[in-house]
Design a protein around this ligand. Sequence first.
Ligand SMILES: Cc1ncc(COP(=O)(O)O)c(C=O)c1O
Length: 382
Amino acid sequence: MRDAIARLPASKIREVANAAMGREDVLAFWFGESDEVTPEAVRRAAADSLLRGETFYSHNLGLPELRAGLAAYLSALHGPLDVQRIAVTSSGVNALMLSMQMLAGAGDEVVAVVPLWPNLTAQADIMGARVRRIALRPQQGRWLLDLDALREAVTARTRVLLLNAPNNPTGWTLSRHEQQDILAHCRRTGTWIVADEVYERIHFGPGAAAPSFLDIASDEDRLVVAHSFSKSFLMTGWRLGWLVLPRGHLDAVGKLIEFNTSCAPVFVQRGALAALDIAPDFVPSLVQHLRDCRDRLVAGLAALPGVEVASPAGGMYAFFRVPGQDDSLAFARQLVERHGLGLAPGVAFGTEAEGWLRWCFASRDPRRLDAGVQRLAAALAL
Ligand SMILES: Cc1ncc(COP(=O)(O)O)c(C=O)c1O
């Protein structure tokens, strides 16, 4: 086996979850998904597709009508976007892996803004690239980017800049000014931007989406944007996402898709078409619900003496820390084993986030969040 694969770290979130395997009394907030099922219209469309017998391969790049639907969906959010820039992928994580396979080879430098969902840096490791980490810095619970440090780190030697905003786990969201600055810098250095924008709709600021590189980049910039149906449409188990590529890159990514998964399942793509149909009503109401969940959880955490937390601008996570609890993995294990509270340890997202905990607030019934806060209060013996 290649060394790079043998050395890949196991998931520390799973390590905590495994410690509570089979226990029904645990309130679990460790994974990045809601406990609410996919909307019925989406499930029905997929079931109908199966019953019609749509059980065959599709085009590598996805059903033409889904790609056209995605072009219309993105054009409404970010201005005109050509369908010739869109490839359907088998999940957001697959979209990101395809990007890495396309762009980063052995020895190439990849700069990643961290803390970060560990899959992104693991993908660069799998390709044999060298990952350089640039840390966001916490200030009263809010995580901020040091633009000067980023500009210094990204040089003509940097092949790929990896960014995820709104960010999992911190909720950090790029401002338009930061995006413009980063894009201008990467144009100068010739660096590709891989922007993970899977949480763009889970955004609590003005507008229908968080600031996106698609708003400001030209169709020839070295920019790849990865997306997913998982978060905005409650479709985590469906494994469907998409990529937005610069003009002229579709054939290359089509070949890569052929050698990875060949195509996404047709019935899943039919479900996705139904998701795009309901998007204008569904997504805003989901975001409103998540806003209520966020406000409730953050207020509950902030009321616990000593807990450091800020209200995230985007994403579905409260990221917080308890003074004196510097080993997040040990603390998360203790919380689940003794108090039945399932959270993700910050260190799962990098040593930069050691001492922090991530709590997914996407909960169908927000009272679950209150019950969780009570368990945390009990654990802190308040
Ligand atoms: C930052 C980030 N990117 C990408 C993904 C991938 O989502 P999926 O593979 O479910 O489409 C996730 C899922 O948690 C995520 O948190």
